[in-house]
Design a protein around this ligand. Structure first.
Ligand code: SIN
Length: 493
């Protein structure tokens, strides 16, 4: 039988209910706490320290002290620790997935996928650690030689979101530790348990004292975010979350001119051309929309379908959506879990009612599922979407699928690029020259062709415009935690 509650954990010590500073499990200085709930049942899972700016400063001091020796460790040693951590994640995948499902709501199948994805970043950055190197640069001055070095930047603050609490930690922290940086983690208040479990495994993998510190908070997140971004000992901040918060953190970081990477909101266009294979288009759209109940930064938000196949595609999607089982992530066969917040349901309902007001026709769903205890929304399909609707400008972040109709390639590129943000995008076409043309024309950081998921540790993840800057994963991910130093040598006699 599939595990259902935290009492089913095989390794009980993976469930921690304290913050983690300098190799000790600690309460908040203030003694305050907050509770974590299961969004599928609204049952309380744990009570955690409500940490504040003073706790964040203590974590930064521990990371700063550890940096003095950690930066001198060999890349090979760091790679070994990362590989060991990756192995431990896979060994305890069932427990990690259960914690993740209970606090986030995603299905156990998806949660296990996220654990594998998380481990892949650790393995990837273990490899990258040893590939970091500078270069010898030809000088125009014959009496000089020029070399460059890459050095770890210092303490890295990693602020991770609630939608991928395990993988976004390893995508950031894996790169930071590989580069030789020490870390302070600030997981989302809704989903801190997965990160704390990861801290247990990272420590077990052998990372030295003070290299890993975890601050837990729900209600003092603004204060903690500001403390991390303004502390001069922090040299790098990496944040995944909303564009609104990203802008605020960027302003806090400007005071000490900190290196910053921001993976912010998207409004992904999903473009189906009339030469597409219908089956591929439907399968990719279901994945791009319903993964994590529509709560991914790259979720298909504006589905543009070329006129000639609009009705056929809509009918095929409706048939498929009707087969998707909704329920708690721990239940067998469930494809769509709850939303992580109550306010997410309210936001989705307001987008649906706005679409109806502007002429959209709700073909399926459209209501909250009041018969279930948690934050559930019926998988929803809306036809007749147009530019007047909120969803055109804002991510819905829920299992709501709105179909827009278009005529020409040129028209759809214009529509897709109207957004202020540019993170993910999807193109479904059998025409390879068209795939190239549209990929080059889209103002986004990532394009998926004939697929519905952009996640791969080898591929740089990030956006353009108000979706932020910097890249995670890929060859580029580790560079975010390094600085380049040049050395100019006089070789004249
Ligand atoms: C995100 O939603 O930010 C991450 C999604 C992914 O890496 O697949």
């Amino acid at each position: 039988m599939a595990p259902k509650s935290l009492s089913d954990l095989k390794r009980k010590d993976l469930l921690q209910s304290k913050g983690y500073i300098n190799e000790e499990w600690v309460s908040a200085n203030s003694g305050k706490t907050f509770d974590v709930y299961d969004p599928a049942t609204l049952e309380k899972l744990a009570t955690l320290p409500e940490m504040g700016a003073d706790d964040a400063d203590a974590a930064v001091s521990a990371a700063h002290a550890a940096f003095a020796s950690y930066k001198k460790t060999s890349a090979r040693q760091r790679a070994r620790w990362l590989r060991k951590w990756s192995d431990l994640c896979l060994e305890h995948a069932d427990d990690l997935a259960l914690i993740l499902t209970l606090e986030n709501g995603k299905t156990l199948v998806e949660a296990k996928g996220e654990v594998t994805y998380a481990a892949s970043f650790l393995e990837w950055f273990a490899g990258e650690a040893e590939r970091v190197h500078g270069e010898v640069v030809p000088s125009s001055n014959l009496n000089q030689r020029i070399l460059t070095f890459k050095q770890p930047i210092g303490v890295a603050a990693c602020l991770s979101p609630w939608n991928f609490p395990i993988a976004m930690i390893t995508r950031k922290v894996g790169a930071a530790l590989a580069a030789g940086c020490t870390t302070v983690w600030k997981p989302a208040g809704e989903t801190p348990l997965s990160s704390l479990a990861q801290a247990v495994l990272a420590q077990e993998a052998g990372f030295p004292k003070g290299t890993i510190n975890v601050i837990t908070t729900l209600n003092q997140v603004a204060e903690v975010g500001e403390a991390l971004c303004t502390n001069k000992l922090v040299k790098k901040v990496s944040f995944t979350g909303s564009t609104r918060v990203g802008k605020l953190l960027a302003s806090h970081c400007s005071g000490s001119v900190k290196k910053l990477s921001l993976e912010l909101g998207g409004n992904s266009p999903f473009i189906v051309f009339d030469d597409a294979k219908l089956e591929t288009a439907i399968e990719a759209c279901i994945l791009a929309k319903f993964r994590n109940s529509g709560q991914t930064c790259v979720t298909a938000n504006r589905i543009f379908v070329q006129k000639a196949i609009y009705d056929k595609f809509a009918d095929g999607l409706a048939t498929k959506i009707k087969t998707l089982k909704v329920g708690a992530g721990t239940e067998d066969g469930v494809f769509v879990g709850p939303l992580t917040h109550e306010r997410a349901v309210e936001k989705a309902l307001s987008h649906i009612s706005d679409a109806k007001k502007h002429g959209g026709q709700v073909v399926l769903g459209g209501e909250a599922m009041k018969d279930l205890k948690g934050y559930f929304l019926q998988p929803t399909l809306i036809k007749g979407m147009n530019r007047e609707m909120i969803t055109t400008r804002e991510e819905t972040f829920a299992p709501v699928l709105g179909l827009y109709e278009f005529d020409t390639e040129e028209e759809v590129i214009g529509l897709a690029n109207e957004a202020d943000v540019g993170l993910g995008s999807f193109i479904i076409t059998e025409n390879i020259p068209r795939a190239w043309r549209v990929t080059e024309a889209l103002e986004v950081g990532m394009v998926g062709v004939n697929l519905g998921m952009l996640s791969a540790c080898e591929s740089p993840f990030g956006g353009v415009k108000e979706s932020g800057y910097g890249r995670e994963g890929g060859r580029q991910g580790i560079e975010e935690y390094l600085s380049v130093k040049s050395m100019l040598i006089n070789v004249a006699n």
